[in-house]
Write a protein that binds this ligand. Structure first.
Ligand code: NAI
Length: 462
């Protein structure tokens, strides 16, 4: 007889959420995690610690730039880096312990160690092999460094090292203008580092709405970040305390270099499936090294499911969580579902950047007739009062049916505002539905309503 109904491999947002849902659905569940704490990359060395540093450094920015304007007079605070790190570590500790508590509450066994699958229906952790009816692989992802660039997590770092630098660097080079590069780059820029971002493409945050990309880059430049665009990094040479980043400009192949105290390599992540024994099991993988799954998160081996960063799709904690819940429902004989068309993306800089659904660029490529409703935060009273009026809400709706197809926000609390649009999209709402919904005044959310009004007869405060 099986010891477990489900063993989840990986205790990150995908895995721990899957385990909790399995337990809630009455399945006897265990979760294998080899880290000292639960929560995976997100809670330990990703989303949560980076948000703590983004919050702290934003407070400093406010004190330096806006306090005086509000009559708050005094020297801006100085940075005690050790204390800021301790605050970040406390935040990690509170969150990871919270997951441990939820495991106990839901009677989920945490099998401590690194798991492997000797055969379907079995999971080994250390010297012990457990039998289980179902396995959910939620093993996540790791940074994908550039070939020939050696990471030491001291001078040449990934996001992991960048969260725990011994001190604030004077000069930092960030390779890659994606989410990680811009979030962590802006932390150190606010703390006083000279930050230069070197990006292969001619635009930052590839795949995002073009207008947002331009506005975002302009705002980051205003905040002091420098950009070298269209530049392919070739190598990073290290001395004992410094590094030299060499890149070739794509337009003319000319070679250049910049010195840095710290180089952050933020050129993407790749699925982490090492040591699971997938090859011996014959699990089908995609060309990009992801575990191949069907629409029910099943691999080609019966009883083995996979979710999150280890499979196809955007590498986002909330996408993994949704898949974790859905896979649990499928295992319990229910109907698990994830709407991949309505998965928001958020960049937690200041201002925040958020998006959901189609961009104008994809709608054009698809030849779909659409209309745009745009509203600048400059017309939003609350944003103006809070020195947060840079940015806009842009809503895209079908030209004929008015159905909302996508939304792109750069501005205050964009990462929260996006969700009323997500809910509207889940209900198949039109822009008019949003426009007819009363929004409290004065709130940032009025900008969303105004963008919806702009899809019709016009925004009021434009
Ligand atoms: P990314 O894929 O977002 O960006 C990588 C950037 O590096 C791209 O712009 C690419 O053009 C550039 N690049 C690649 N090779 C280069 C070279 N040789 N020279 C110069 N530039 C080069 O990857 P990132 O930022 O590392 O993030 C990894 C994953 O983690 C993403 O899937 C992201 O969505 C996720 N993540 C999400 C967060 C959020 O939702 N707030 C926060 C952090 C990570």
């Amino acid at each position: 007889m099986s010891q477990y109904d489900v063993i989840v491999i990986g205790g990150g947002p995908g895995g721990y959420v899957a385990a909790i849902r399995c337990a809630q659905l009455g399945l006897k569940t265990a979760c294998v995690e080899g880290r000292e704490t639960l929560g995976g990359t997100c809670l330990n060395v990703g989303c949560i610690p980076s948000k703590a540093l983004l919050h702290a450094s934003h407070q400093l920015h406010e004190a330096e730039h806006n306090f005086e304007k509000m009559g708050l007079i005094g020297k801006p605070p100085s940075v005690d880096w050790g204390k800021m790190q301790a605050y970040k570590d406390d935040v990690i500790d509170g969150n990871t312990k919270g997951i441990e508590f939820l495991f106990k509450k839901n009677k989920i066994d945490w099998l401590k160690g690194w798991g492997s699958i000797p055969e379907a229906g079995q999971v080994s952790v250390g010297d012990t092999t457990y039998s289980t009816k179902n396995i959910i692989i939620a093993s996540g992802s790791v940074p994908s460094a550039l070939p020939g660039i050696e990471i030491d997590e001291k001078i040449v770092v990934t996001s992991t090292g960048a969260l725990s630098l011994p001190k604030t660097p004077k000069k930092m080079v960030v390779i890659g203008a994606g989410v990680i590069g811009l979030e962590l780059g802006s932390v150190y820029a606010r703390l006083g580092a000279e930050v230069t971002v070197v990006e292969y493409l001619d635009v930052i945050t590839p795949g995002m709405d073009g207008e947002v990309q331009k506005t975002f880059q302009r705002i980051l430049k205003k905040q002091g970040m420098k950009f070298v665009m269209g530049a392919a990094v070739q190598k990073v040479d290290k001395t004992k305390t410094k590094a030299k980043v060499t890149y070739a400009l794509r337009k003319d192949d000319s070679e250049h270099s910049i010195d840095a105290d710290v180089v952050l390599v933020a050129t993407g992540r790749k699925p982490y499936t090492d040591g699971l024994g997938l090859e011996a099991l014959g699990v089908t993988m995609t060309e990009r090294g992801q575990i191949a799954t069907n629409a029910q998160w099943q691999t080609n081996i019966p009883g083995i499911y996979a979710i999150g960063d280890a499979i196809a799709g955007p590498m986002l904690a909330h996408k993994a969580e949704d898949e974790g819940m859905a896979a649990a429902e499928v295992i319990a004989g229910k109907h698990g579902h994830v709407n991949y068309d309505v998965i928001p993306g958020v960049i937690y800089t200041n201002p925040e950047v958020a998006n959901v659904g189609k961009t104008e660029e994809t709608l054009k490529a698809e030849g779909r007739a659409y209309k745009v409703g745009k509203f600048n935060f400059m017309g939003n009273g609350r944003a103006k009062a809070n020195f947060a009026a840079d940015g806009f809400v842009k809503l895209l709706a079908d030209a004929e049916t008015d159905r909302i197809l996508g939304a792109h926000i750069i501005g205050p609390a964009a990462g929260d505002l996006i969700h009323e649009i997500c809910v509207a999209m889940e209900f198949g709402a039109s822009a008019e539905d949003l426009a007819l919904t009363c929004h409290a005044h004065p709130t940032y959310s009025e900008a969303v309503r105004e963008a919806a009004l702009a899809c019709g007869d016009g925004a009021i405060h434009a």
